[in-house]
Design a protein around this ligand. Structure first.
Ligand SMILES: Cc1ncc(COP(=O)(O)O)c(C=O)c1O
Length: 340
């Protein structure tokens, strides 16, 4: 029976969903949304705050400031509230409304930048704002998730060993990349312990994290409008880029089976099933990491009007086909999919 005193003292690290009955592959989804911050970012936030406390850069009168598309903002608000720090989250219009409200409910402040940067994203604008704040007042402490080694170290210490202890015979690991903290922490751990695990990084089309052309991205969390400073591609065996349409289809396919996950989970699972479809997977054990759950995406990924406005009628129709309420549904009440 876990009994805790602080919200960041609890994290479920050993929950995996077996996706074989949904997708037909031996693919296990590591669920990182079961903690009070609701996402994998709790780990990075904890590690970065503790290390800033240890090195003396974070003091009782400090004001934490961070650029976040949402989940790190929630995790830092929670830790700040628990430890008595002030926190300002700098985000952009793609941040979900519920995430913004959560940060404010936890007593922190949110600043939303409006201008696009030269890569067509908001990251450059967010970082400029944070830099200007820090230059204006030395009480501001920027943990800088994009460059802070505590970000990847959190996953080296926790996420990777949690996977390895549950799947000692793991063959392939699929990890979505935003700051690349999760990716680098896991990749470094499996390399260090000489485990023959293929590391597949997952990015979204329109992100320039691994090169490629910048483009519109509407789902927050995964992908970057710059190269992640933490990324060392020598640890990555392969990169798969996923279209947002595929992300949305995969999210809805999981939701039809009762698993409501966030947008990046749809992206990572879409990449994983695509990879597994292209390989001989008879003896392959694969794990994908689900960074959060779906409630923060009810007004985006799971909302018909949002989907229609951004992706058109065809997207809405194709999702409807998978609904058990539709005559031509691919899902039968028994849970079996109809063969076409
Ligand atoms: C929803 C979501 N997707 C993807 C990621 C990518 O993680 P990272 O920044 O470690 O690359 C995160 C990180 O929290 C996330 O919250």
């Amino acid at each position: 029976m876990p009994v805790i005193r602080a919200p960041h003292d609890f994290n479920e690290g050993s929950l995996f969903v077996d996706l074989e009955s949904i997708f037909g592959y031996r693919l296990y989804l590591k669920c990182e949304g079961f903690n009070f911050a609701g996402s994998i970012k709790l780990k990075a936030a904890n590690e970065m705050v503790e290390s800033a406390e240890r090195d003396g850069s974070l003091r009782p009168d400090s004001i934490l400031v961070e650029s976040s598309s949402g989940n790190l903002g929630v995790a830092l608000s929670m830790i700040a509230a628990s430890k008595g720090y002030r926190f300002l989250c700098v985000t952009d219009p793609r941040c979900n409304l519920s995430t913004r409200l959560l940060i404010e409910a936890l007593g922190s402040q949110v600043h939303v930048v409006a201008d696009l940067d030269s890569n067509g994203g908001f990251l450059g604008t967010r970082l400029d704002y944070v830099r200007a704040l820090c230059a204006s007042d030395d009480r501001y402490v920027w943990l800088s998730q994009y460059t802070n080694p505590g970000n990847w170290r959190a996953h080296y210490r926790t996420t990777a060993p949690e996977i390895a202890s549950n799947f000692p015979q793991l063959d392939v690991l699929f990890v979505g990349a935003g700051t690349a903290g999760t990716l680098m922490g896991c990749a470094r751990w499996f390399r260090k312990w000489r485990r023959p695990v293929r590391i597949v990084a997952v990015d979204s089309v329109g992100s320039v994290a691994f090169g490629g052309k910048p483009g519109r991205r509407m789902i927050p969390g995964l992908g970057m409008s710059m190269r992640p400073p933490l990324l060392d591609e020598s640890y990555v065996d392969e990169v798969i880029r996923v279209e947002e349409a595929d992300t949305i289809h995969t999210c809805h396919r999981l939701a039809r089976r009762g698993f409501l996950f966030g947008g990046s989970t749809g992206t990572v699972v879409s990449a994983a099933t695509d990879w597994l479809a292209r390989h001989d997977t008879r003896d392959v054990t694969a794990v994908a990491i689900a960074p959060d759950l779906g409630e923060r995406y009810l007004d985006t990924v799971y909302q018909t009007n949002w989907l229609q406005d951004l992706y058109g009628d065809q997207m809405v129709e194709s999702i409807r086909v998978d609904s058990p309420w539709e005559e031509n549904s691919a899902v039968r009440p028994s849970g079996r999919r109809r063969r076409s």
